[in-house]
Design a protein around this ligand. Structure first.
Ligand SMILES: [Zn+2]
Length: 132
């Protein structure tokens, strides 16, 4: 099966891990809409999030990651987006939102430019916050 997220889970593609459990993985989106944009996926392949039989547990983990992002980045909220067309493996987007209005909304064609240094800093902050 040619699923990019399954390849990430198997370690066949490099990625920036934010956190994980035995069932779920959180990592930085390679095409971020904002600095610190995270994807949370189940490690088992499901086409849609509503196919995940333990969707309650899934969303508890999504909430944990979102709250860690808020805390780590000092933000009011994290936009939570479920679309599902881009990659055919269940995933939830968590996009840090600045209430200043600088956020880019839901336009998936406009990506944020994030330097390696910015990426490394945000990754460390969120990882540290999840592990508290
Ligand atoms: Zn998959």
């Amino acid at each position: 099966m040619d699923c990019i997220f399954c390849k990430i889970i198997k370690g066949e593609i490099p990625y920036d891990k934010v956190g994980e459990t035995d069932k779920f993985l959180a990592f930085l989106d390679i095409r971020p809409l904002a600095v610190g944009h995270v994807l949370v996926i189940p490690k088992e392949h499901f086409r849609w999030i509503w196919d995940v039989p333990y969707v309650g547990e899934y969303f508890e983990y999504v909430a944990k990651v979102a709250n860690a992002q808020k805390k780590a980045l000092g933000l009011d909220m994290v936009k939570s987006i479920v679309v599902g067309d881009e990659v055919h493996h269940a995933h939830v987007h968590l996009v840090p939102y600045e209430s200043s209005g600088k956020a880019r909304g839901f336009d998936f064609t406009r990506f944020a430019e994030v330097s390696k240094q910015e990426k490394d800093e945000v990754l460390k902050k969120i990882r540290d916050s999840i592990n508290l």
